[in-house]
Ligand binder design. Sequence first.
Ligand SMILES: CC(C)(COP(=O)(O)OP(=O)(O)OC[C@H]1O[C@@H](n2cnc3c(N)ncnc32)[C@H](O)[C@@H]1OP(=O)(O)O)[C@@H](O)C(=O)NCCC(=O)NCCSC(=O)CC(=O)O
Length: 394
Amino acid sequence: MARSSAHSATVLHDIHQRQRGDGPAATLGIGTANPTNCVLQDQFVDWFFRVTKSEHLAELKAKTKKICDKSGITKRYFYHTEGIISSHPELIDGALPSLTTRLGIIEDAAPKLAAEAATRAIADWGRPAADITHLVVATNSGASEPGADLRLAGLLGLRPTVRRILLYLHGCSAGLVALRVAKDIAENNRGARVLVACAQAELLLFRPPDEARLDLVVAMTLLSDGAGAVIVGADPASSPMAMERPSSTWYLPRRRPCPAQTRQCHLSVEVPTLVRGSIKKCLADTLAPLGLLNASDDGGWNGLFWALHPGGRAILDSYEAALGLDPGKLAASRHVLSEYGNMIGATIIFVLDEIRRRRHDDGKDCQWGVMSGLGPGLTIETIVLHATGRQDEN
Ligand SMILES: CC(C)(COP(=O)(O)OP(=O)(O)OC[C@H]1O[C@@H](n2cnc3c(N)ncnc32)[C@H](O)[C@@H]1OP(=O)(O)O)[C@@H](O)C(=O)NCCC(=O)NCCSC(=O)CC(=O)O
């Protein structure tokens, strides 16, 4: 009996070993998408105050213009149009219930936007959608059953047996959380090809400007709609960008909940200061065990490439100041912020895509990098990136 149980344990151990992927998980294909409605940031305030019938709030309008000017954003994309807003008065009248309207609109929009991004990621990967084994969907846009994962699987024609996971309400860190989950799946299921899709439609938060809630006015000046998708797999010969040592830290002291919570958003004015004071130790805890920091003057931070979630211009400034980063180190994040705004969880996938494009155009750069972003709480998600330069398998 004892021998047979030892034998079973050995057999199971062998099975578990064979189930594991051989390499670190890596990105095999990336795609992004935005709605067609593009609003230039220098025209946003006029648009916003007009569609919300708030023209009489002249002082607040001037302040909102000032915030927009300092946002580092050139343009943003919205699923909601002036037409949608004018045909749903409840969207701008706080006395009317509007949750059903909002959910009805975005629960249709988010999976469609995700499908556009995923179709591009699959084309970039170069294999059929039916080869996808797992689907990880992350969104703040919706709360329905069945959820966006099932809608997306249907829109893409994935196998009915695709193993689905739906992540709700991880805020700006949603893309990173989804990639962390995909990495675990890929590394523990040999041959797995995981589609990560992250979609954001900001209508859930959209509301008229209110002097008493300047944090929401700030949110209206930053947030934008978009979707990003990544195919993740783990094999020794996988793609140019491997993902190592994910960390998820619940770390910043605060008096009340900070960044965006989907229904009840509180954007704390303290976030940039909190980042400046805490980020160095937090990132060092993740990077030091890999031997990626050193005793040089700047600690080695400039020897890495950086894919940071651009939550806002001031947050990027805080990372730069705290870590002593050279100008240009956050160029990909600043570019995405400028061209698209903060698309919550989808943004990091745009940054990853931009990093990839820049590495391709500019030739070699640092081999190791940091992908990181803040989430509600305040929390921080980090994944170390290793640019291996290989792209001979998909
Ligand atoms: C909004 C900004 C572009 C404004 O630029 P500056 O700070 O340089 O400009 P400024 O100091 O003159 O500020 C302009 C006015 O806005 C006010 N202000 C700024 N942030 C505020 C906030 N969160 N709540 C209320 N008011 C705020 C300032 O007090 C000031 O008011 P006054 O003129 O009265 O003094 C920047 O502060 C910024 O990037 N902030 C980070 C935004 C953020 O938290 N993003 C995270 C999104 S959520 C996320 O990414 C993670 C998640 O999902 O959880």
